[in-house]
Design a protein around this ligand. Structure first.
Ligand code: PRP
Length: 183
């Protein structure tokens, strides 16, 4: 393997493991949604774009793809976790089987907010599919499909960034603490 960029401490999840796990999740989704006649996938920008692109191409049940962009504030502090919709869906989701596709759940504020908002739009069903979840005592939102649980470190790659860098790495890696702790 090529040398890691100097800002990275180690590879946490290699590309091969991500590919295998996404295949497993796609198989599980195919089984769970075979009767439903179609699935509405919502990718959360920006981070989920690579995960969604790979998942959707493995998915054998009929589905359409849409996107939302959310902005959260003060995630590095003990903030209220306020979240705002920057870009909304193209279509109404009432009566549809909806799956939120998210790259990572950290504090859980983003997914929790989104779940509440989308539930209010009366989909036939609403589930969540998350590639990475940090080890937390509790979350107030259900995660129905999970790729990997990871330690509480800053991760980049496979869609995840630090200051918009590293998104296109094929693996998930830990960013060195001294990089993100710089004032
Ligand atoms: C990241 C990630 C999730 C959110 C998770 O998005 O994509 O949406 O943070 O954090 P939480 O569980 O603490 O709410 P970010 O705001 O970094 O935007 P990006 O995806 O556009 O990089």
């Amino acid at each position: 393997m090529n040398e890691l960029p100097p800002a990275l401490a180690r590879v946490l999840i290699p590309a091969d493991s991500i590919r295998v796990r996404i295949g497993e999740i796609a198989d599980q989704l195919a089984g769970d949604y075979v009767e439903e006649g179609g699935l509405y996938l919502i990718g959360i920008l920006k981070g989920a774009f690579i995960f969604l692109a790979d998942l959707t191409r493995k998915l054998t049940v009929p589905h359409v793809v849409d996107f939302m962009a959310l902005s959260s504030y003060g995630k590095t502090t003990t903030s209220s976790g306020a979240v705002r919709i920057m870009m909304d869906l193209r279509e109404p989701i009432e009566g549809r089987h909806v799956l939120i596709v998210e790259d990572i759940v950290d504090s859980g504020h983003t997914l929790s907010y989104l779940y509440r908002i989308l539930k209010g739009r009366k989909p036939a069903s609403l589930r969540t599919c998350v590639l990475l979840k940090k080890e937390r005592d509790s979350l107030d939102v259900p995660i129905h499909y999970l790729g990997f649980e990871i330690p509480d470190v800053w991760v980049v790659g496979y869609g995840l960034d630090f200051a918009d860098s590293f998104r296109t790495l094929p693996y998930i890696a830990e960013l060195k603490p001294e990089v993100h702790q710089q004032p």
